[in-house]
Design a protein around this ligand. Structure first.
Ligand code: PEP
Ligand code: MN
Length: 338
């Protein structure tokens, strides 16, 4: 439930509500809006008595939140969330933010070349996996901490925000040290212990949809992060598994407006994993912007044919530059900017 305070309610009145929430054994989350303050009651409040708040001074009304996800829901927060990407920009709001880079960090020279190329074409973030979730234990697993150091160097040289995947709880401190955004991969979307732990950090999180997760499971995964205090969550659609075989995954873009209808969190689309095919990526980037995506994350490599991972779905810098020009036009048509 949320306790909506009257406009102009005093700080002691808000604190009194907070104390009542804690007495109930729930957690409080205070949202100070432009007109009024609301106190969200976090935890299982189904059997708790709402009426006890109704007579408290300074309280206007008590509203139950019907969605199973609370913090992520539009019922809780009407204003859309804008997630800052270090000093590089933000995801959310009127601008569409683009995050680009190789699937894996392979070596320093190539990474820095790619970083300069995507920055020049208008990206605000650099992606690159240092810890790679691979289907085969014999496949390239990533450069680990060495890769994180190269990413940090690329940030120093270009000003791009660094987005990198954290696969396990033990990897969190290193990723927090070197990166600006922690990516939770599709395979870990329901690794609840990992979600809770990244929720305790202050780094923005890019949460990828699990390949067989429903929209509701996706939002409940975001809820795990937010319930631990981290409100800077971006929801990333990266394609789901279906019976279809001409693409690596099926990219269900209808989820973008549906997520916007249910949640205040920004939505990012990944057309690289969403299709698996470089020749489909630019068109899906255009479609993502057209249907309201707040950001795009995609794979760019300066020599896709020789990429160690995901070369088939990576654009080269020239293709990336062309795609960026195309989405600028689409963005304008839907009252956004890139
Ligand atoms: C990636 O971004 O390189 C990746 C492994 O993505 P996903 O978790 O969506 O498969
Ligand atoms: Mn990849």
């Amino acid at each position: 439930m949320i306790v909506v305070m009257k406009p102009g309610s005093s700080q002691p009145q808000v604190e009194h509500v907070i104390n009542l929430v804690r007495e109930m054994g729930c957690k409080d989350h205070v949202i100070v809006g432009t007109e009024r303050t609301v106190v969200a009651v976090i935890g299982d409040d189904r059997h708790k008595d709402r009426s006890r708040f109704e007579s408290v001074e300074g309280v206007e009304k008590v509203v139950p939140i019907l969605a199973p996800y609370k913090m992520a829901s539009v019922e809780m927060k009407k204003e859309r969330t804008v997630v800052p990407l270090a000093k590089a920009g933000a995801i959310g709001g009127t601008k569409v933010g683009v995050i680009a880079g190789p699937c894996s960090v392979e070596d320093k020279v190539h990474l820095i070349e790619i970083a300069h190329a995507v920055k020049e074409a208008g990206a605000i973030g650099l992606r690159g996996g240092a810890f790679k979730p691979r289907t085969s234990p014999y496949a390239f697993q990533g450069l680990a901490e060495e890769g994180l150091k190269y990413l940090a160097e690329a940030r120093d040289k270009t000003g791009l925000a660094i987005v990198t995947e954290v696969m396990s709880i033990e990897q969190i401190p290193a990723c927090v040290e070197y990166a600006d955004v922690l990516q939770i991969g599709a395979r870990n979307m329901q690794n609840f212990n990992l979600l809770s732990k990244v929720g305790e950090t202050s780094k923005p999180v890019l949460l990828k949809r699990g390949m067989s997760a429903t929209l509701e499971e996706f939002l409940l995964a975001a809820e795990y992060i937010m319930a631990r205090g981290n409100q800077n969550v971006m929801l990333c659609e990266r394609g789901i598994r279906t019976f279809e075989e001409y693409v690596r995954n099926t990219l269900p873009l209808a989820i973008v407006p549906e997520l916007h209808r249910r949640s205040h969190l920004p939505v990012v689309v990944d057309p690289s994993h969403g299709t698996g095919k470089a020749h489909l990526v630019a068109d899906m980037c255009k479609a993502a912007v057209a249907c309201g995506a707040d950001g795009i994350i995609l794979e760019v490599h300066n020599d896709p044919e020789h990429a160690m991972t995901d070369g088939a779905q990576s654009l080269n810098p020239k293709q990336f530059g062309e795609m960026m020009k195309a989405i600028k036009r689409i963005a304008q048509a839907v009252d956004r900017e890139v």
